[in-house]
Design a binder for this molecule. Structure first.
Ligand SMILES: [Zn+2]
Ligand SMILES: [Zn+2]
Length: 100
């Protein structure tokens, strides 16, 4: 998986010994969801919310369009109504469903 620039890659791959969960780490700014191809700024309010971003904050590159809606549409077409709780095909758990 490659991202627009080195800073973005570092942010997304950032791992911290003190905070196994990226949402707990104040140094972790960006979360990338591979299954949705979606980038988000982590809101450090103690929860796990994210603000979707359309451009890289460091290099200004336009980021890919989120595939969240398409993900739900495709799974619905396959008969899954609650994809988060149902046992969906494994390719839909990663970026494989749109990369292949
Ligand atoms: Zn960038
Ligand atoms: Zn940390």
């Amino acid at each position: 998986m490659s991202h627009c620039c080195e800073t973005m890659s570092k942010q997304i791959e950032h791992q911290c010994d003190k905070h196994p969960d990226e949402f707990d780490c104040p140094d972790h700014l960006v979360s990338y969801s591979e299954r949705f191809d979606e980038y988000g700024l982590i809101v450090h309010d103690g929860g796990s919310s994210c603000i979707a971003i359309k451009f890289c904050p460091w290099c200004g590159t336009k980021l890919p369009e989120s595939k969240r809606d398409r993900w739900f549409d495709e799974l619905e077409a396959l008969g899954y109504e609650n994809p988060f709780t149902e046992d969906i095909p494994s390719k839909y758990k990663t970026g494989e469903w749109y990369l292949a």
